[in-house]
Design a protein around this ligand. Structure first.
Ligand code: ADP
Length: 167
């Protein structure tokens, strides 16, 4: 039978339980999820590409059906280079819709053979973003239940080191 991979692109700065939920749901539909970590997001990332990739690899350690790759350039080209025409994206709330709609249609314009597949996370993650998590940790708040434990630890370490470097 044909193996059907899908690409799940994003900044993952850092990966949250919402992303993990989408990957797990994606695996119910696709044989393999290639998590594509954007190398140079517009926003100045808190974690380097390697650190962001490492966290995802550690969370899915031993699960061959989750692969983690760095990518830069056009998403449609990256998807094709991985042997797939499917892009998975998560939709949290209506606020995600406009941007995701534009991006899906632009990608279709660039390569009409590429399909974008939207999935809704568990409602408890529908308010969750990497951005919010970074802010809460910076202000010293708890992020338990919002990110995997190893991500919470690395976030606290990173913020501590940043604060030390500033002083
Ligand atoms: P971007 O930098 O493009 O916003 P992210 O890394 O934040 O990318 O997210 C990648 C994808 O995961 C996007 O489709 C985004 O909508 C989705 N996503 C982010 N957070 C969640 C969440 N809590 N639940 C479901 N999907 C999410």
């Amino acid at each position: 039978m044909m193996v059907r991979p899908a690409v799940y692109p994003g900044s993952f700065d850092p990966i949250t339980n919402g992303h993990v939920d989408i990957i797990e749901r994606g695996l119910k539909v696709f044989d393999r999820i290639i998590v594509a970590v954007l190398e140079n997001p517009k926003k100045d990332p808190l974690f380097t590409t390697k650190e962001r990739m490492r966290m995802i690899q550690d969370i899915f350690a031993g699960q061959k059906e989750v692969e983690v790759r760095a990518f830069d350039g056009l998403l449609v080209d990256f998807a094709r280079s991985q042997g797939t025409n499917v892009v998975v994206r998560g939709l949290r709330a209506i606020s995600d819709f406009e941007y995701e709609f534009q991006m899906a249609l632009m990608n279709r314009n660039l390569d009409p053979g590429v399909e974008t597949f939207f999935m809704m996370p568990n409602v408890k993650y529908s308010f969750l973003s990497s951005n919010m998590v970074r802010e809460v940790v910076t202000l010293g708040g708890p992020v338990e239940g919002l990110v995997p434990e190893l991500v919470a630890r690395r976030l606290r370490d990173k913020i501590k080191r940043r604060k030390k470097a500033k002083n």
